[in-house]
Ligand binder design. Structure first.
Ligand code: MF3
Ligand code: CO
Length: 254
């Protein structure tokens, strides 16, 4: 069952969410042709240090046979869906699209957010993919209120992908967040209305649609982390941390 946060925890989560959103946008503004993804990671690190918050991703372990996550930022270029590891030799080029995902810990509480941006000018197809994924996240968030279900959120996201002719990456999902980076409940990006967990006041979830212009199937790179589309199509990812309030919701990463 999903955890219910106290009033005080929600206040600290909102404070952390605002800090995270500011840092994420600072990193996104720096994602220009010629910069390396490692430099973006360094920027995120220094901003976190200045704000006196801790990274949530560095040292994270998904399974015992894969090395701990070595950076504070996930930077996923073009057909990379999520969890791209920053590298010194990965230099951004005009026309690419990059997903930037950051998590922080503030007063012991986790928040998680992501955006996708174009590096310089990109194609209208990529612009459309980015816009649709951002709008799908907003459509999902609009369904967050007490009494609605996770399936209502998931269905709104899926419908936005379908209407635009994009595919939902089915094997990766959003999650509860707060005391840990990943908590109950699961928040899938496709599903039927009226199904899955009932939303209740005080729940906090990270909603994170990932869409692609091609087929939904994914594979992992040899580094054990980087998720790519199996057919090489570009993909976009947006994520916000959202609290369920008495009457609706409050976006914490804003
Ligand atoms: N935001 C990512 C997620 O919710 C977290 C990346 S995994 C990490 O899956 F190892 F980088 F932390
Ligand atoms: Co997440």
């Amino acid at each position: 069952m999903a955890l219910i946060k106290t009033r005080l925890e929600l206040k600290d989560l909102a404070e952390g969410g605002r800090i995270l959103w500011r840092i994420l946008n600072t990193v996104a503004d720096a994602a220009k042709p010629g910069i390396s993804t490692h430099e973006l990671d360094l920027l995120a690190r220094s901003e976190m240090k200045k704000a006196k918050v801790q990274p949530a991703f560095e040292g994270y372990q998904i399974s015992p046979d894969i090395p701990k996550y070595p950076a504070v930022l996930c930077s996923s270029v073009d057909h990379e869906v999520v969890h791209g590891i920053p590298h010194k030799d990965k230099i951004l080029k005009e026309g690419q699209i990059i997903g930037l995902d950051l998590g922080i810990v503030h007063r012991g509480l986790y928040t998680d957010a992501a955006v996708t941006v174009a590096v310089g000018q990109t194609s209208s197809e990529n612009e459309n993919l980015i816009d649709t994924t951002r709008e799908a996240l907003e459509a999902g968030i609009a369904m967050v209120k007490p009494g609605n279900r996770i399936g209502d959120v998931a269905h709104a996201i899926q419908s936005a992908a379908k209407a635009a002719g994009f595919s939902v990456i089915r094997d990766l999902i959003g999650h509860g967040v707060g005391h840990e980076l990943h908590e109950k409940p699961d928040v899938p990006n496709y599903g039927r209305p009226g199904t899955l967990e009932i939303l209740r006041e005080g729940m906090v979830i990270a909603i994170e649609p990932m869409f692609t212009r091609g087929d939904w199937r994914i594979k992992f790179k040899e580094d054990g982390w980087t998720v790519v589309t199996a057919d090489g199509s570009p993909s976009a990812h947006f994520e916000k941390t959202v609290a369920v309030t008495a009457t609706g919701h409050e976006v914490l990463t804003k």
